[in-house]
Design a protein around this ligand. Structure first.
Ligand SMILES: *Cc1c(COP(=O)(O)O)cnc(C)c1O
Length: 415
């Protein structure tokens, strides 16, 4: 209990309860560093890495309770077996809960989180258009198991109670946004659920709970991890769904099919969260600046950009949505750090990534290293002129120079 209650001698000692009370008033950057200050029994400022799988029961046999191992002195560090919960993961989820403003459940990867949704809601039908190819494979698996039917976001007039409307925004690979309030209204009018894949715009950029999402999923492999060295998935459950017991079922299911994060990964994840706000804020600003620069260059007919690039796509130049106003409201923290380039010829798209110094040619996104991927490499059926750009944390002027020199060399070699 707080020790600075009445009748004390002027002494103030910060307690877990006092910090928990103060946390909601902090900004994301502060929560990300301090939400778990009381989650450790150690005095170490940096989180310890726990690799343990099993945890000792109480030594006093009279206090033993089956399936429980709660330590009243340290309620956030009461574990039994690492497939249920583990110290690093619990601490990671505590910080995430403060950042996301909803109960957060972590998974071994983004697709494991998606599978968690399928097992929780057991939909007959899922309405989805485009988006991450792995999610479509996950739906195909559910079709095989329980006959889930896939429809598109154009078919919403057929919505029925219990269906899932799955919206990825910003969308892979273009980085353009979709109006979540519109889809929330459509889904809820029929008793269907809105699930949002928000991987491309983590906090502080957007929070789909504000637009009425029933569940938000993230591939934490991308911006939450942020260093291209860990797999992670997240589900964010809004309070009214927690009240219905959704989080309990998700955690029980996760325990059953064993899709919990590894101890090492959740330790890395905690390290990564400390700089989430810094990284994502900079990556978003960089993408927006590059897109603005490319768009301006596209207007000059003789520029290297205009001679090689057909168009740029990104939420920051989605003029209709910006005019309507929903886009700024949905993404108050800035637009996603991923955008796409359409080259004039497929040959340019195939060769450009190999001529860059700063951007690496690899799939995925969200890391500190900038990437430019020829999408035909990983996204079957994608137009061969599409390049996906994921902005890292390098200097934006170096990135402009890099793109400029690579395109100049393409013109020289393939006039
Ligand atoms: C990467 C990704 C996923 C899948 O996440 P994994 O962590 O690779 O399982 C799902 N959705 C989107 C939008 C992604 O980019």
């Amino acid at each position: 209990m707080g020790s600075n209650q009445d009748g004390n001698d002027g002494k103030f000692i910060l307690t877990r309860e006092l910090l928990d009370e103060a946390l909601p008033k902090f900004a994301i950057a502060t929560k990300a560093v301090h939400a778990d200050d009381f989650s450790s029994t150690h005095k170490a400022i940096a989180p310890c890495m726990h690799t343990a799988v099993n945890f000792r029961y109480h030594r006093d046999p009279d206090t033993l309770k089956p399936h429980e191992n709660t330590d009243p002195a340290n309620p956030q560090d009461s574990h039994i077996y690492a497939r249920y919960t583990a110290p690093n993961t619990t601490r990671f989820e505590k910080v995430l809960r403060e950042i996301f403003g909803g109960r957060v459940i972590s998974y071994s990867c983004g697709l494991a989180a998606f599978h968690g949704i399928m097992c929780l809601l057991r939909p007959k039908r899922i309405f989805i258009t485009e988006g991450y190819h792995g999610v479509h494979r996950g739906i195909r698996l559910m079709e095989r198991l329980i006959g889930v039917q896939k429809l598109t976001l154009e078919d919403l007039d057929q919505l029925e109670a219990g269906d899932i409307v799955h919206v990825e925004t910003p969308l892979n690979p273009t980085g353009t946004a979709r109006n979540l309030e519109y889809y929330a209204d459509k889904a809820h009018a029929k008793g269907a659920y809105l699930v949002v894949d928000s991987t491309f715009a983590p906090p502080p950029l957007q929070n789909p709970l504000n637009q009425g999402a029933d569940l938000v999923m993230h591939s934490g492999t991308k911006y939450i991890g942020g260093h291209s060295d860990m797999l992670c998935g997240l589900l964010v459950v809004p309070q009214h769904r927690v009240d219905e017991g959704w989080d309990g079922t998700l955690i029980e299911d996760r325990r059953t099919y064993g899709s919990i994060m590894g101890n090492m990964e959740s330790w890395l994840g905690l390290r990564s969260l400390r700089t989430l706000d810094l990284r994502v804020g900079k990556q978003s600003a960089t993408a927006t600046e590059l897109v603005s620069w490319l768009s301006t260059e596209l207007q000059k007919p003789d520029s290297v950009i205009a001679r090689t690039i057909e168009k740029v796509e990104h939420a920051s130049i989605q003029h209709d949505a910006l005019k309507q106003g929903w886009l700024q409201k949905q993404m108050p923290g800035g637009y996603g750090p991923v955008f796409s380039l359409w080259t004039k010829k497929a040959e340019i798209a195939q060769r450009l990534p190999s001529r860059l110094y700063v951007f690496q040619h690899a799939t995925s996104l969200g890391g500190v290293e900038s990437l430019m991927e020829w999408r035909a490499m990983s996204d079957e059926g994608r137009d061969p002129r599409v390049l996906r750009v994921s902005c890292g944390v390098e200097d934006v002027n170096d990135m402009k120079t890099d793109i400029q020199q690579a395109l100049e060399s393409m013109i020289r070699d393939f006039p």
